[in-house]
Design a protein around this ligand. Structure first.
Ligand code: AMP
Ligand code: ZN
Length: 471
C-alpha cells in the first residue's frame, strides 16, 4: 500500500505523490515558534508531529528538505521588547536558543533550514510588491499595505480553500487594531504594517515607508525562497488553518508564481491541539506547562516525546502527569527487551528482520496511524520477550531484531535509555579501563575496551570523560 495523508485541502485521505518527477525529493514547511517566551507542551506536540512526518518520509526513502521558520518579529514580541527595554535580537535570542535546546531534548531532528523572519524582509517586500503590481494589494491611508480579498477573487482565485467561510461573519469577531480601520474591507489582512510609536526601534524601510511585515507574509516569503513557489507539504497546528494558512495560500497563489496547474502547497497537514488534564492550557487553571517545567519535575525528554506521539495527530490529545508515568513504564518495557536482545546479540550484526518493519510501515502508511504502529511495537516486544525467555533466539536472530528496531526508532526517535543505565558489571569494566589508562597500561586498556565491545558497549571519550554507549 502507498503512503497516505489526510489533506486539509481536499478534506480526505490522499495518496502521497511528491511533486519531484523522480519521486525522491520532498519539500516540507512547518510553521515554527514565535519566540516571545518558552515553548509550551502544546506547541511541542505540533513540532514533534512535524518531526514524525519528516522522519517517516525519510524512512520511506524520501530526501526531505524540512523548513521551519522562526517568527522573531510580531506584536507580542514587540510588546515584550518594549517592556524589558532589550533590543529585539537580544530579547528573542534567549527564547530561540531555548527552543532549539527543547527540540533536541524531545529528540527532534534539526530542521534543514530555520529561517528567521527578520532576515528575510527583502523577500517579503518583493512578494508584496508583486501583489501590489498585480492589483491584489493596496496601500491604505494609514500607510499599511493590505491584501484585497475581493481583488484576489476577481482574478478567479478562491479564498476559503482550507475552510468553508462565511464572508459576512469573517473576521468580525477578530480584534482589529485601530490602525487597520482604514482598510477597504474587514476581511482584508495586513501585508505590511506602517510604523507606529509603539513599535519603538522595530521597523524597516520599504517602498511604502517604514514599518514591519505582517505575520502571514513571513511564511509565504520564506517557504517560497527555500522550497520554491510550489512544494509538497505544509504543516502546523489546527489553529493555524484559518486565517494564517488560508492567507499564506492567498498571498502565494495571488502572486502567480506557480507553474500552470500547480498549487502553492500540494498537501496541508494539521495537528490537533493538546489539552492538559482535560482543559485548554491556561495559567489560571494551573495546567500551563512549558517543556522546562516538566523537565524540572524530573521527566525525561523521551518520555514526553513518547506521550506526544502516542495519539493520532488528528485527535485532540489529553496530556496528564499520569500519562507520563505510563510513558515511563512503556519505555522501560522496550528498554528491557532491547537490553536482553543486546546481551544475546553481542557484537554480531545481521540485516533487519523484515516482519517488524513491514507491519510498522503498513500502520504508518495509513495517515500515520500511530495507534496501530504502537500495537505492532508492543506485540513485537511481547513476542521477543517470549522467545528470549524460552531461549529461542540465537545471536544473529537477536541482532536482526535489533537492526529492525533501529530502523523503527529512526522514526519514533526515542533513542536508548541514558548511559547511566549500564549494568554494574559494565560500569566496573569501564572503571578498570580508566584505571589502566591512567597507569599508562595501554594494552590492558585496549583489552578492556574490546571486552566491553564484545558485550555490546562502546566507550566514547568525551571532554567530560568516558561515556558508555550501547552498540
Ligand atoms: P506559536 O509559537 O504560538 O506561533 O505556535 C507554534 C505552534 O504551536 C503552532 O503550529 C500552533 O498551532 C501550535 N500550538 C499552539 N497551541 C497548541 C496546543 N495547545 N496544542 C497543539 N499545538 C499548539
Ligand atoms: Zn506560518
Amino acid at each position: 500500500m502507498a503512503l497516505r495523508f489526510f489533506n486539509t485541502l481536499s478534506r480526505s485521505v490522499e495518496e502521497f505523490v511528491p511533486l519531484d518527477p523522480a519521486g525522491r525529493k520532498v519539500g516540507m514547511y512547518c510553521c515554527g515558534p514565535t519566540v516571545y517566551d518558552f515553548g509550551h507542551i502544546g506547541n511541542f506536540r505540533t513540532f514533534v508531529f512535524s518531526d514524525l512526518v519528516r522522519r517517516y518520509l525519510q524512512f520511506r526513502g524520501y530526501e526531505v528538505t524540512h523548513v521551519m521558520n522562526v517568527t522573531d518579529v510580531e506584536d507580542k514580541i514587540i510588546k515584550r521588547v518594549h517592556e524589558t527595554g532589550l533590543g529585539l535580537r537580544q530579547y528573542v535570542a534567549q527564547y530561540e536558543d531555548a527552543f532549539l535546546a527543547d527540540l533536541q531534548t524531545l529528540g527532534c531532528l534539526h530542521p534543514t533550514h530555520l529561517p528567521r523572519a527578520t532576515e528575510h524582509i527583502p523577500e517579503m517586500i518583493q512578494l508584496i510588491e508583486t501583489l501590489v503590481r498585480r492589483g491584489i494589494a493596496y496601500q491604505a491611508a494609514d500607510g499599511s499595505v493590505y491584501f484585497s480579498i475581493e481583488k484576489y477573487q476577481g482574478c478567479g482565485c478562491r479564498y476559503g480553500q482550507l475552510v468553508n467561510l462565511n464572508f459576512d461573519q469573517m473576521r468580525a469577531g477578530e480584534r482589529v487594531a485601530s490602525d487597520e480601520y482604514t482598510k477597504d474591507a474587514l476581511a482584508d489582512f495586513a501585508l505590511w504594517k506602517a510604523r507606529v510609536p509603539e513599535d519603538g526601534a522595530v521597523f524597516w524601510p520599504s517602498p511604502w515607508g517604514e514599518g514591519r511585515p505582517g505575520w502571514h507574509i513571513e511564511c509565504s516569503a520564506m517557504s517560497i525562497k527555500l522550497l520554491g513557489p510550489s512544494f509538497d507539504l505544509h504543516l502546523g497546528g489546527e489553529d493555524l488553518t484559518f486565517p494564517h494558512h488560508e492567507d499564506e495560500i492567498a498571498q502565494s497563489e495571488g502572486a502567480g508564481l506557480q507553474p500552470p496547474g500547480r498549487r502553492f502547497v500540494k498537501y496541508w497537514l494539521h495537528g490537533a491541539h493538546l489539552l492538559v488534564e482535560g482543559r485548554k492550557m491556561s495559567k489560571s487553571f494551573g495546567n500551563f506547562f512549558a517543556l522546562r517545567d516538566l523537565l524540572a519535575k524530573g521527566c525525561q525528554g523521551r518520555e514526553i516525546r513518547y506521550l506526544l506521539i502516542s495519539a493520532h495527530y488528528r485527535q485532540t490529545f489529553n496530556f496528564t502527569l499520569e500519562g507520563l508515568e505510563g510513558a515511563r513504564e512503556a519505555l522501560n518495557r522496550i528498554d528491557e527487551c532491547l537490553g536482553k536482545l543486546q546481551e544475546i546479540a553481542g557484537a554480531v550484526s545481521a540485516p533487519p528482520d523484515p516482519r517488524l518493519l513491514d507491519a510498522f510501515t503498513a500502520a504508518l502508511d495509513d495517515d500515520l496511524n500511530v495507534a496501530a504502529a504502537w500495537g505492532v511495537v508492543f506485540d513485537w516486544v511481547r513476542k521477543s520477550n517470549r522467545d528470549l525467555a524460552a531461549g529461542e533466539l540465537n545471536p544473529s536472530q537477536a541482532a536482526a531484531a535489533l537492526a529492525a528496531w533501529q530502523q523503527v526508532d529512526s522514526v519514533l526517535g526515542l533513542g536508548r535509555r541514558e548511559e547511566s543505565a549500564a549494568p554494574p558489571e559494565i560500569q566496573a569494566l569501564l572503571e578498570l579501563r580508566q584505571a589502566a589508562r591512567q597507569a599508562k597500561e595501554f594494552k590492558r586498556s585496549d583489552e578492556l575496551r574490546d571486552d566491553l565491545k564484545a558485550r555490546g558497549w562502546l566507550i566514547e571519550d568525551t571532554p567530560k570523560g568516558p561515556r558508555l554507549k550501547r552498540m
